[in-house]
Design a protein. Structure first.
Length: 367
């Protein structure tokens, strides 16, 4: 209604991806700003933002199964690893020790998600019959099984301590490893990866937002709030829990295919329990069960080291004078933030943003 944009008169408008013109304008502004950073930011910030976009894709996947459907998953890093090695096989270069077929990105990127999703579906019959601590232990076991397979399947992974190169950046037959020229402007590899990662992030975010308002999204929420009650009203637990694991694994595989294309190589030891816990921590800090939470959490985690460096320079503190190195300091502070968020703001960064948004929407009558 005119003058009352938050008053919905029908369900379709309330559940729309963008429920009013203000949201559409802000989305366009933020998207244009993100695109412009590709041409304005330094290489350091481009790499950080690229990593943040890919973490967002992975954490949106985890948020589907853990945040929306309420199923504990400690093996998300395992599915990221499946996507990584699928892309390395299909799009990577063969050598005397590893296999690779050097196929196009339009093949290896979606295939990475599909293979990870297929593995998720295979595991689903076991996981959907469990919940709580038992489910957490099963997914934890997957991490250790995956670590063993990755370390010993040398023709695929290169072996522990050695690793292998990942997929080549080739799109529609055009080799993008050395960059590409558009008239007088030249896009290097990092800028291309930035734009691809931004595209994946936007598409995934819109897809998750759309999922929440569908029948499947409402079924996930019902299962999270009470699976017995959900089954009593006719929701097929096996179907929707399996779907949640498959979707989660798909996004993990997609992000895994791109993650290590940025660095150029991957080692099996990367996909440890700690790697999976990082995704859980990001979702918790961002806000589990929300659409924007994984995005906020991913940017917080990725930019956190940069924030520390800026703080040290601002207060003129020498890194060498600290009793801890930068890596140790980052881990301790990040762990402290997890504890603080769990105690004081269970809804994470999304909860803070939600309160600030409502405060300014109601200003000057805010309390």
């Amino acid at each position: 209604m005119r003058g009352r944009p938050s008053l919905y008169t029908n369900y379709s408008k309330e559940s729309a991806i963008f429920s009013n013109n203000t949201q559409k304008v802000w989305f366009a502004v933020v998207l244009l700003f993100a695109i412009s950073l590709c041409f304005l930011a330094s290489e350091y910030w481009i790499l950080l933002l690229t990593t943040a976009f890919l973490y967002s894709v992975a954490c949106w996947g985890l948020n589907i199964v853990s945040g929306f459907a309420g199923q504990i998953n400690l093996a998300h890093g395992f599915f990221v690893g499946i996507g990584t090695y699928t892309s390395a096989i299909v799009g990577g270069i063969a050598s005397t020790s590893v296999i690779g077929y050097e196929l196009d990105m339009v093949i290896w990127l979606p295939l990475s998600g599909m293979i990870a999703s297929l593995v998720g579906l295979i595991i689903a019959p076991i996981t959907v019959r469990l919940k709580g601590l038992n489910l957490g232990l099963v997914t934890l076991a997957l991490v250790f099984i995956g670590s063993h397979v990755f370390s010993n399947f040398k023709s695929v992974t290169g072996g522990a301590g050695l690793g292998r190169k990942v997929a080549k950046l080739k799109l529609f037959g055009v080799d993008l490893e050395s960059g590409i020229a558009f008239g007088s402007y030249f896009l290097d590899k990092n800028e291309i990866l930035y734009l691809i990662s931004l595209t994946l992030c936007v598409l995934t975010g819109l897809g998750v937002k759309n999922l929440v308002r569908t029948r499947a999204g409402r079924a996930f929420s019902a299962i999270r709030d009470g699976d017995i009650a959900a089954e009593a009203i006719g929701i097929n637990l096996f179907r929707y829990k399996s779907s949640a694991f498959a979707l989660s694994s798909f996004f993990a595989g997609i992000s895994g295919a791109m993650f290590f294309t940025v660095s150029g190589g991957v080692e099996p030891g990367t996909f440890s329990l700690l790697y999976s816990i990082i995704f859980v921590a990001i979702v918790v800090i961002g806000g589990a069960g929300t659409v924007l939470g994984p995005l906020f959490g991913s940017f917080f985690y990725t930019l956190f080291p940069a924030f520390i460096l800026v703080a040290l320079k601002t207060f003129e503190i020498n890194e060498q004078a600290l009793p801890l190195n930068m890596g140790q300091l980052e881990r301790i502070l990040f762990g402290l933030f997890i504890i603080l968020f769990l105690i004081f703001e269970p809804r994470g960064l999304w909860g803070i943003w939600f309160r600030l948004r409502n405060y300014f929407k109601a200003w000057p009558f805010s309390y």
